[in-house]
Ligand binder design. Structure first.
Ligand code: SF4
Length: 451
């Protein structure tokens, strides 16, 4: 195992989008977004909405999210008026074209959405009601910072339709928590796992982060054990990306020791094995869900879908994101909104505050589908791709197939006339394998940077 880890000691993208955000261009404006929306409305396919609340009370030093620390409620209220304006723009646009969106899921993420007061949350949900009745959704997911509220308050959110909460935990180790400036004892997190809180929820997710300073295999083993003992419906285990050149707050972590690449991979492998032994199903790259969870069922039924925020059961393949810096994906387009500092100004100048965008070419669409199949199903049915895109797979991907040979030799994939299949060992290297189909990365292998 270690030999293979050393051999593939380079980082690969997680493909939250293909092509990745850095390839999107500034040529896309509000008018392009409106045209793309028109096409989407003509198709009348289900839509998921994401709403971004960017504020937090306190900075976690590992933070890589688009967030701002504030204790100024006037700033939050002013922001909520802005996001309310953006929601109204969608409402007016849909109304003008007599379009009623079919919405199955919504999510409020951040930042720390649970930092909103009752009044602020109600204001936001009242605006959301212009687009959809939250009580009629299949899923209304809400991110909760266990430090910002007590479990009683979950009842308030539930009364507005919230039926899934994600708890940011990251690590239960007190030394790691202190180092990253996120102190939340296990006893605090436990208060959210009561029958009362669980009642009426589809599930509780726990988010963990490995690769943080002071973590070791031994310390993280305890975090994994504690997480399993709480029995959340889903566990997301992400790798910490140390990019202090971009994220100023991470510079404060440089004084600590970090687990190296080999240790990080061992941490992930041991966590993966522990979650599977505990009955969780490994979905996609980083998600572990109970066997009766709709994501596990979608994995079996081959309807699993990759979205920006993770994986979805595939009810809606079009994502419209509202709020600063948020990213939409629909109908062969990607769009990103401007960041918080420009949000108010852009809303006063244009209908939709678009910063960047990308229109996928036929080649991008083929490669995105191949990469998503590897991420979601861990299997490419060659014939299906050939029929759908009218290509001869082995000819089209001649160079890429050549690059897969080392994965075949290392038993990470099986390659036949009909299928490319990721093996059990290969599950550790899904991003690496997928990256061979990435036209923006081909011939480049990124060495792991930082600790
Ligand atoms: S709560 Fe999340 S968004 Fe806020 S500072 Fe911490 S990691 Fe960043």
């Amino acid at each position: 195992m270690d030999e293979i880890v050393v051999k593939y000691n380079w980082s690969a993208p997680y493909y939250t989008s293909y092509p990745p955000l850095r390839e999107w261009t500034f040529n896309f404006k509000s008018e392009n977004f409106e045209n793309a929306l028109m096409d989407l409305m003509n198709k009348n396919e289900p839509i998921s909405f994401y709403f971004h609340f960017p504020f937090c009370r306190q900075k976690c030093l590992y933070c890589f999210c688009n967030s701002k620390i504030t204790s100024d409620r006037r700033e939050i209220k002013s922001f909520l008026r802005d996001i309310g304006t953006e929601i109204e723009r969608f409402y007016e646009f849909f109304k003008k074209h007599s379009f009623k969106p079919v919405v199955k899921d919504i999510q409020i993420g951040g930042g720390s959405p649970s930092y909103m007061t009752d009044e602020e949350f109600k204001f936001l949900v009242d605006k959301i009601k212009l687009l959809v009745d939250p009580l009629e959704l299949e899923e209304f997911a809400f991110e909760v910072d266990p430090r910002s509220i007590d479990s009683e308050r979950i009842e308030f959110f539930k009364s507005f339709g919230v039926n899934r909460i994600s708890l940011g935990v990251q690590d239960f180790d007190p030394y790691v928590q202190k180092a990253v400036n996120r102190i939340q004892p296990k006893e605090l997190v436990e208060t959210f796992f009561t029958p009362k809180v669980k009642s009426g929820l589809k599930g509780i997710n726990i988010d963990l982060l490995y690769g943080l300073p002071l973590q070791s295999i031994d310390s993280f083993r305890k975090t994994v054990k504690t997480s399993i003992s709480l029995s959340p419906e889903r566990i997301t285990l992400l790798k910490y990306a140390h990019t202090p050149e971009r994220e100023i707050c991470q510079r404060a972590l440089e004084k600590y020791s970090f687990p190296d690449y080999i240790e990080k991979t061992r941490i992930f492998k041991e966590a993966l094995d522990s979650f599977e032994e505990a009955g969780y199903v490994h979905v996609g790259i980083n998600d572990f869900v109970k066997s009766d969870d709709e994501l596990a069922i979608a994995l079996k039924d081959k309807t699993l879908h990759r979205i920006f925020n993770g994986f979805s059961p595939g009810r809606a393949k079009n994502l419209i994101a509202i709020g600063p810096s948020s990213t939409s994906a629909f109908n062969g387009y990607y769009f990103q909104n401007v960041y918080l500092e420009d949000y108010n100004e852009q809303l006063s100048k244009t209908k939709f505050p678009i910063l960047k965008g990308y229109k996928l070419s036929k080649d991008d669409l083929i490669r995105r589908e191949v990469i998503n199949l590897l991420l979601c199903e861990r299997l490419i049915n060659i014939k299906k791709i050939e029929e759908k895109y009218n290509i001869e797979f082995k000819e089209y991907f001649q160079d890429e197939i050549e690059k897969l040979k080392s994965f075949i030799a290392d038993d990470l994939i099986e390659f036949s006339e009909e299928f490319i299949k990721i093996t059990s060992l290969g599950k550790m290297f899904i991003p690496h394998i997928s990256s061979k189909f990435d036209n923006f990365l081909i011939n480049k292998e990124y060495k792991v940077s930082g600790p």
